[in-house]
Design a protein around this ligand. Structure first.
Ligand SMILES: C[S@@+](CC[C@H](N)C(=O)[O-])C[C@H]1O[C@@H](n2cnc3c(N)ncnc32)[C@H](O)[C@@H]1O
Length: 311
C-alpha cells in the first residue's frame, strides 16, 4: 500500500453497513480503500462492492488494494452525486447499503501536491478531480471582495472573514497568490495563532472554505441525498461519516425528514402531502469515536457517524 488512510470507526461502519454478507454495497468515497477493505472482508458468496472516487489517484490506489476481491469489486472514477447513473451503467436498480466518508483523504492532504494543506508549499489547486476546471487559485485571485467574504463565512464559518479578505485583496494586487504557503502565511500575518491548547492553525477555516467551494462539496451531498432513497433496497443502510457542521447538518436534516415522512406544516389538521417515512434512524444521536481512536488517529477527532435504514 502506497499511502494508507486510517479508516475512522471502521468496525462500526462495517457492522452497520453490511446487513447481509451476500449483498451489494457502495463505497461512494473509497479514498485509499481503508473502509472498503474491511467491508470487502466481511462479504461472502455473491457479496459485491462498488467503489467510487472522483480522484483518479484514489481509484488507482484502492483498485490495487481491493484486487483481492476479484470480480466481486468494481472501482470507478465517479462522483457519488451520479450514483444513479453509475448503478444504471452496471445494470443495477438498487443496492443493500451505501457508505460515504466525506471530506478529503490523508493522501490528498499529505501526498497529492495539490495544496490542500496549509503546512505544505504546493500549488493552490485543491481539486479532488483534476478534470474539473476551477481551482482554489482561481477563486483566491479572481473573486470580488464580497464573494470571497461570503465564501469564507458560508463554507469556512470564519468569523474574521473580512480581515482575511482585506489581506488577500492587498496581496494579490502586488502579485498573484499561487501557493498554499503564500495563503497560509498571509492568513497567519493578520490572525496571530491562538495560544489556547489544541487551537487550530489560523488558516484552517480559509482552507476548508476553498476546498468545499472548489469541489462543490455541499452541492454534491445535496444531489446525492435527493437520489439515494430511490437506490436502496428495503433494510439497506446509508452510513455517513461527516467532519464539519456544514456537511453534518445536511445529513442530519435529510435523515430526520425521511424518518418523519409528512412535510405538511404542523398546524395542518390532516396530512395533505401524503409523504410516508422512507428511512428510520438507527440511532438518534450521531456516534463519535472514543479517546483511544482519536489518540491514534487525529482525523477521527471531528468525525460523526450517522446511519439510516431504508424501510
Ligand atoms: C475521507 S476520504 C475517504 C477515505 C476512505 N474511507 C478510506 O478509508 O480510505 C474521502 C474521499 O472522498 C472522495 N470524494 C469527495 N467528494 C467526492 C464525490 N463527490 N464523489 C466521489 N468521491 C468523492 C475524495 O476524493 C476522497 O478520496
Amino acid at each position: 500500500m502506497e499511502y494508507p488512510h486510517q479508516p475512522v470507526l471502521v468496525h462500526e461502519v462495517v457492522k452497520f453497513l453490511v446487513s447481509v454478507p451476500e449483498g451489494i454495497y457502495v463505497d461512494g468515497t473509497v479514498g485509499s480503500g481503508g473502509h472498503s477493505v474491511a467491508v470487502g472482508k466481511s462479504l461472502h458468496g455473491k457479496g459485491r462492492l462498488i467503489c467510487l472516487d472522483r480522484d483518479p489517484e484514489a481509484v488507482r490506489l484502492s483498485g490495487k488494494r481491493l484486487a483481492f476481491l476479484g470480480n466481486n469489486v468494481c472501482v470507478k472514477k465517479a462522483n457519488y452525486a451520479d450514483l444513479d447513473k453509475v448503478l444504471k451503467d452496471i445494470g443495477l436498480k438498487e443496492v443493500d447499503g451505501v457508505l460515504l466518508d466525506l471530506g478529503m483523504s490523508s493522501y490528498q492532504l499529505e501526498k497529492s501536491g495539490r495544496g490542500f494543506s496549509f503546512s505544505r508549499n504546493e500549488p493552490l489547486d485543491m481539486r479532488m478531480d483534476p478534470d474539473e476546471e476551477l481551482t482554489a487559485r482561481d477563486l483566491v485571485n479572481n473573486l470580488s471582495t464580497r464573494e470571497l467574504e461570503r465564501l469564507l463565512r458560508d463554507y469556512g464559518e470564519e468569523k474574521k472573514a473580512r480581515i482575511i479578505v482585506r489581506a488577500i485583496i492587498a496581496a494579490r494586487s502586488e502579485k498573484p497568490i499561487d501557493t498554499s504557503s503564500q495563503l497560509a502565511a498571509l492568513t497567519k500575518s493578520v490572525l496571530p495563532p491562538s495560544r489556547r491548547p489544541g487551537a487550530l492553525h489560523p488558516a484552517t477555516q480559509t482552507f476548508q472554505a476553498l476546498r468545499i467551494a472548489v469541489n462543490k462539496e455541499l452541492e454534491n451531498i445535496q444531489i446525492f441525498l435527493k437520489k439515494v432513497p430511490l437506490l436502496m433496497a428495503k433494510g439497506g443502510r446509508l452510513v455517513v461519516l461527516s467532519y464539519h457542521s456544514l456537511e453534518g447538518r445536511l445529513i442530519k436534516k435529510a435523515m430526520i425528514d425521511w424518518e418523519r415522512g409528512c412535510t405538511c406544516p404542523p398546524d395542518f389538521p390532516v396530512c395533505a402531502c401524503g409523504k410516508a417515512p422512507s428511512f428510520r434512524r438507527v440511532f438518534k444521536k450521531g456516534l463519535k469515536p472514543g479517546p483511544v481512536e482519536i489518540g491514534k488517529n487525529p482525523r477521527a477527532r471531528s468525525a460523526i457517524l450517522r446511519v439510516a435504514e431504508r424501510i
